[in-house]
Write a protein that binds this ligand. Sequence first.
Ligand code: HEC
Ligand code: HEC
Length: 423
Amino acid sequence: MRPFHHRSAAGLLLACLAVVGCETQYGPERSYGLRKDPVIKNGQKMAEERPLPDRPGQLPIASIKDLTEQEDKDHPFYRADPAKRKEFLQQDLVRDVNMIAASDRKILEETLEKLFGKPRDPKVAVTDKDCNVDEESAKYLQVEPATLARGSVLYREHCLHCHGVTGDGRGPTGKWVNPHPRDFRSGLFKFTTVNRVEKATLKASRGDLARTLRQGVEGTAMPSFGLLTEQQIQDLVSYVMHLSIRGETEIRTVLGAFDAAKMEMVDEDGLEEYVNKASRSVVKAWKDSQATANWIPIPAMAFDPNDVANKVKLQESVQRGKKLFEDKKTNCNGCHVNYGRQAPYKADDWGTLSRPRNLTQGIFRGGRRDSDLYARIHSGIVGSGMNNFGKDLKSDEIWDLVNFVRVLPYPEMRKNMEIEIPE
Ligand code: HEC
Ligand code: HEC
């Protein structure tokens, strides 16, 4: 019996090694490649075409009606109605990267690989002394090759099936969940504490991404990775930044270096230089996002809402918050119609139909601490269509809204705070 056991174990091991999934690392020849899917310039307008949210198994844009004439028949964009496709291109709502000449595509791919490496040997080798993006920055951003190599292995294990090899949000399971996994290439992150009221170009702090990883995104398929070690979380954060910087560099080049109608090069300095330029400005935005001076200032609430002695103060604050919520000045109720219970579908920047949150359910994707909600209202929820209020509202007013939003889901608490909403 024993030899038989040995043989079957060895056979199993061999079979396992033959299957890619058993490996934790990518093969050395595997590259990120160029994107094939169209760059969506105006997701909100694109999605107007779509009466219904994405069905399971369907990605944004994929519901545009079918077309047959293109090579890649499986690609959602090419299955679109040819007239529609032409119209989208003419209105410059979308850029078709496949229209770029093969020679330019080659330069683009090679330059991106020079800067960002391959999945097995990822890097952010953006160098430029003028804007202080150099080795020092790689250290500052924590995107050195050794960190990224560890992050890449972890990413493949834990994230890839949803977020995809390039971070396009199109991993094999990605299209079956809605909201879809984030497409990191757009460089848009929803749940952040960077002060977008002051600087709209800010991305996310490392702390923001780490919080998302530890807690997951409540009410969505994004799981919590709270059982990973702190080192692993940090390595993953670095790798997400790498994918995002790479993807956004590519997008900015596609949008900036080529004309809309024919996707011919329009930048005079040459494509390679354009890619380098784009990469520097993306890295700069990520650097800026790590500076504490660019984070949302969150002053303490005027009183401790958890102290029962402050019940009357809290009541007054919640009541002011309710008023503000319904006020024309904020128009919260304009999107969160009937406190979100009857919110209409709206398009987000990825071209997906989504809804302003039903705030009577008490599900907060970006975290449920007071400070999380403060940050959402102050700087908005990027890409989702929720604008920011940090300019129009005083910090006390934002705290009033936070207090109201926290009470809203719970009938007993509403009674306690002496506010009423229609059933
Ligand atoms: C089961 C699918 C799934 C897996 C696995 C998954 N994610 Fe996500 N992730 C999502 C979804 C869905 C969202 C979008 C939630 C939303 O839009 O509100 C998301 C969003 C994110 C965001 C964006 C947060 C923001 O502020 O916009 C980050 C960063 C992220 N995931 C990182 C990761 C990393 C890193 C891993 C692996 C350790 C991972 N995810 C694994 C589904 C997944
Ligand atoms: C222009 C439309 C719009 C307006 C105005 C708006 N919101 Fe939102 N809000 C949204 C959308 C869309 C989401 C869902 C975002 C997402 O995809 O995660 C949202 C989500 C939220 C969330 C959930 C945050 C989380 O972590 O899940 C809160 C809280 C919120 N809004 C409060 C407010 C308050 C308070 C106001 C007024 C000061 C307001 N909103 C005004 C569109 C809007």
